[in-house]
Design a protein around this ligand. Structure first.
Ligand code: GTP
Ligand code: MG
Length: 181
């Protein structure tokens, strides 16, 4: 007799301003690599991460790496379709990219929902934390309040360069997505 294995395919969006490190976070997570060299994403790129969640659950995470410049275009409605989770990324060293988080979140919530009408689970990432002395820790309380107000499931400070918190953030988001299955 063979055990029944559960298999899932989850579409997850990665959005946020230009140059915050969306592609770098994905490359670190999926391929364990990092490059200092900046090459802007055009439109959208894709990556697939296979997760052996537990003994009888296999998850295929289809990551949609959406160019920061798409916030000014009108393709996001098409790209967001049928997503079940999202990361919104900002650059912890550039305040303007945090200020834009709200616009990305609103765009997301206006254009995609779960079949039952709820917003898709979304995790906020403050990236490039390797360049910040002390990190965002001094604003921890403020960040918690902000996330609660704006409807983020959680926030993490991350570094694609130093490999900080990326696996943890992904694990958290996948856990949230599974709760909706
Ligand atoms: P768009 O595709 O234009 O939207 O940008 P993006 O968000 O995909 O940014 P990308 O991953 O291309 O990174 C932009 C620049 O930031 C690159 O030079 C990366 O090497 C650098 N970078 C990304 N993540 C980190 C990080 O965690 N720490 C540091 N120090 N640099 C990073
Ligand atoms: Mg990119």
């Amino acid at each position: 007799m063979t055990e029944e294995k559960k298999e899932y395919l989850f579409k997850v969006l990665v959005i946020g301003e230009i140059g915050v490190g969306k592609t770098s976070v994905i490359k670190r997570y999926v391929h364990q690599i990092f490059s200092q060299h900046y090459r802007a994403t055009i439109g959208v790129d894709f990556a697939l991460k296979v997760i052996h969640w537990d003994g009888d659950t296999l998850i295929r995470l289809q990551l949609w790496d959406i160019a920061g410049q798409e916030r000014f275009g009108n393709m996001t409605r098409v790209y967001y379709r049928e997503a079940v989770g999202a990361f919104i990324v900002f650059d912890a060293t550039r305040a303007s990219t945090f200020e834009a988080v709200n616009k990305w979140k609103n765009d997301l919530d206006n254009k995609v929902t779960l079949p039952d009408g709820r917003n898709i689970p979304t995790v906020l990432l403050g990236n490039k934390i390797d360049q910040m002395r002390g990190g965002l820790v001094s604003n921890k309380q403020q960040m918690d309040t902000y996330c609660k107000e704006k409807g983020f499931a959680a926030w993490f400070e991350t570094s694609a360069k130093a490999n900080i918190n990326i696996d943890e953030a992904a694990k958290f988001l996948v856990g949230k997505i599974l709760e909706n299955e």
